[in-house]
Ligand binder design. Structure first.
Ligand code: DGJ
Length: 718
């Protein structure tokens, strides 16, 4: 981008539109941050400022546009990544948008700014939406693309938004990995050119990279200081973040649906709505950015974000496919003994002609398997009621095994190539959610279970396969619409489920944490972050996901992964998020069991602090052999500190843990909880009273040099 010069040349080359005579300044502000957009003499709209709120209106309007076009079209004078690309009816691939008008309105939590842009040569319109949530300092933005050309146009770029930065250096933190190693954080400096974070997996889309990032401005993102942008896209499919540093060192960030294999055919009059891009800019590091995002998510985005959550016992890691009514009755009894709210039955309960006894058969046939469950799901719900726990069930409704009655009846409902040998991922295929009949069928699975089994209280909705064999029998010659319309079909179903069952808690799962975005979370109360429940690995995984998501939506279960760690260590790690168990109790020692019961009771008592409080990440496992996080209630009367020693070195220096988020003037009683039966706390500060000031400046000797050791400490203001 040749900044100011290019804008000037463009102004000379093109006739001025009506708005050119009266430049418009648009200020999009939260209580902390402001994005200023301004029209230039060429009638186009530019980003002129993004940073701390400006005090003076006239000064805000005085910043000259420098070529950072807010929603850059393509095929004209800019040589870098555009926001919008369209093949018009005449084959021309150039689109240039001019400002038309804008308006502001109050919405829950903030202000929405709506900006209309239009191409002056082709009947193409783009409407940009920005919702600024004042208190949480979060901005959510998306775009609507439409046209009135004679026939369908083809979209080849369709970004949600664009943001520009002009700093000496940029450092990008990505969250990438694989199955059982989700959300691994790594940071790199951005240099000239592009860094792209994207997925082409269709469904189970975030298996290799999560749809969020941190951008450190001038220095790598730090926890309590420095300028950090936290950004995420709400799209449960192929997404793409492009970070491009241009010839003058300016960085553009382009969050978008991945255009890969998605030349989208858009009919005249149809509106293409992009996913939401959600971001927050912090001048005090990523800790504050995360807390702002958590507050926003609980208040405005997540299904029942302000409500409480159920603790549960799941049977997956305990029984896998090998269970019957008697075994499940025993699990329900164990759930009751533990004191959790719910028993969750996982995979393997359905299929008769093709029984689901492993992952080769049965997906699609959602009838209870008579040989395992002669009394059906209703019998299990009744048994749970008799035992005194709630009952939840696993489904994976968007998928089909070729060995199923569904596939025999509707082979054309699966995404599958007609002219090649079929490739199976986990022996299954993805149903074609672009087909409305398939959407009806998928909605009907949950709806029928709910209707026929009164008292069913919870679902786990899984999605284990990426889209393979990419061909939709339904879309025929419009295959370019498959990836996008598939996701929209999934949302149609999610919307119907939420409309009919607004209070039903549902866990989102995708072979671990491959679905973890804020659009899906409008319809889900929580998600499964990873199949990796090794407590040491979980410290890293939960640290990573906590950058974006509040503890309330992160399901964490105590299992037998890494049973060299004590049950206490495993439970303390899971207690930092939404607590559950996925383990048989009969192998536990009486002490372990007694410990777990007490930990569940403590968790329920402290749930308002852990799930609704402010989270402060104190010591990163990425930096040392320890980890510490504290949750402080909004009124600062209670706090819960979690400390872990991972694999400390012999004789290593152990530093005190300095707390954050307390009231400096309050006096707090310190009490170590979650102790094994008969054990006394060895914490020096246990039972004593300290000011918040002391605890935040001097700290507590909460770490040790013991391998895989954990401490949970309750602080109560007196
Ligand atoms: C993958 C999930 O991540 C597991 O928790 C479990 O539900 C299995 N699918 C069941 O097939």
């Amino acid at each position: 981008m040749k900044r100011i010069l290019l804008a000037a040349i463009a102004a000379l080359m093109l006739p001025l539109c009506a708005s050119a005579s009266a430049p418009a300044t648009i200020r999009i502000s939260t209580d902390e941050t402001e994005l200023v957009l301004q029209t230039a003499a060429d009638g186009r709209l530019y980003q002129t400022y993004f940073g701390d709120c400006l005090k003076n209106e006239a000064e805000a309007a005085s910043i000259a546009p420098d070529g950072s076009e807010v929603y850059m079209g393509s095929g004209f004078e800019d040589y870098f990544e555009p926001a919008l690309g369209i093949v018009h009816n005449d084959g021309n691939r150039c689109t240039v948008l001019r400002y038309v008008s804008h308006e502001k309105k109050s919405v829950e939590g903030g202000t929405e700014t709506v900006i209309r842009l239009r191409d002056e040569v082709y009947p193409v319109e783009v409407t940009l939406h920005y919702v600024a949530f004042s208190k949480e300092n979060v901005i959510k933005t998306w775009s609507e693309i439409s046209h009135h050309e004679k026939k369908a146009v083809t979209l080849f770029r369709m970004a949600s938004a664009m943001l520009y930065f002009f700093q000496p250096k940029y450092f990008l933190t990505e969250f990438s990995g694989d199955w059982a190693e989700e959300g691994k954080m790594s940071t790199q400096q951005l240099q000239f050119g592009k860094k792209i974070l994207d997925t082409k997996l269709g469904s189970r889309a975030a298996m290799h990279v999560s749809p969020f990032f941190e951008l450190g401005l001038n220095a790598p993102a730090q926890e309590t200081q420095g300028d950090v942008l936290l950004g995420t896209i709400g799209w449960t499919g192929n997404f793409r973040f492009t970070f491009e540093v241009d010839n003058v060192g300016s960085l553009r960030v382009v969050p978008a649906i991945n255009p890969f294999a998605s030349d989208y055919s858009l009919e005249p009059g149809q509106v293409f709505t992009t996913p939401e891009f959600i971001f927050t800019l912090s001048h005090k590091g990523s800790g504050l950015a995360s807390r702002n995002m958590h507050d926003w998510a609980r208040r405005y985005q997540v299904k029942d974000g302000m409500g409480s959550r159920m603790t549960l016992l799941n049977n997956w890691e305990n029984t896998y496919f090998d269970f019957n009514e008697e075994i499940l009755a025993r699990c329900m009894k164990e759930a009751k003994d533990l004191g959790v709210d719910l028993f969750l039955l996982d995979d393997g309960w359905f299929g008769n002609k093709y029984p689901r006894n492993d992952d080769h058969a049965g997906l699609g046939d959602w009838e209870a398997m008579k040989s395992k469950l002669p009394n059906g799901v209703a019998g299990l719900v009744a048994k749970a009621k008799e035992t005194g726990v709630k009952f939840g069930i696993w489904i994976e409704p968007e998928m089909v095994n070729p060995k199923s009655e569904l596939f025999e009846k509707h082979p054309d409902w699966a995404i599958r190539l007609p002219n090649r040998q079929t490739y199976y991922y986990r022996n299954q295929l993805v149903l074609d959610m672009s087909n409305p009949k398939v959407q009806d069928y998928v909605f009907g699975i949950l709806d029928r279970l709910m209707t026929e089994n009164k008292g069913l209280a919870f679902f786990k909705w899984d999605c284990n396969s990426p889209i393979t064999n990419i061909y939709s029998p339904y879309l025929k010659e419009k295959q370019g619409n498959l990836y996008i319309n598939h996701v929209r079909g999934v949302y149609n179903v999610f919307k119907r489920v939420k409309a009919k069952y607004p209070d039903l808690p549902i866990m989102m799962c995708s072979g671990g944490g491959a679905r973890c975005d804020y659009e899906a979370l409008k319809y889900f109360t929580e998600f499964w972050a990873s199949d990796d429940t090794d407590p040491v690995e979980r410290l890293y995984i939960q640290w990573g996901f906590s950058q974006i998501f509040p503890a309330k939506v992160l399901c964490a279960h105590v299992t037998n992964w890494n049973h060299t760690a004590t049950v206490k260590f495993r439970t303390d790690v899971a207690s930092m998020c939404k607590l559950g168990f996925d383990i048989g109790l009969k192998e536990m020692t009486p002490d372990d069991l007694a410990y777990c019961k007490e930990a569940v009771a403590n968790y329920k008592r402290l749930e308002p602090v852990i799930l609704n409080g402010d989270q402060y990440r104190l010591v990163s496992p990425y930096d040392c052999n320890h980890m510490a996080v504290v949750y402080a209630a909004k009124d600062k009367v209670k706090a819960t500190l979690f400390c872990y020693d991972i694999h400390p070195r012999f004789n290593e220096t152990v530093l005190p843990v300095k707390l954050q988020g307390l009231d400096a003037d309050k006096m707090y009683r310190v009490k170590e909880i979650n102790l094994m039966p008969g054990k006394k706390s060895s914490l020096l500060q246990d039972g004593k009273v300290y000011s918040g000031d002391y605890l935040m400046k001097v700290g507590m000797d909460a770490f040790t040099t013991r391998d895989m050791n954990s401490r949970v400490i309750e602080l109560t203001a007196e």
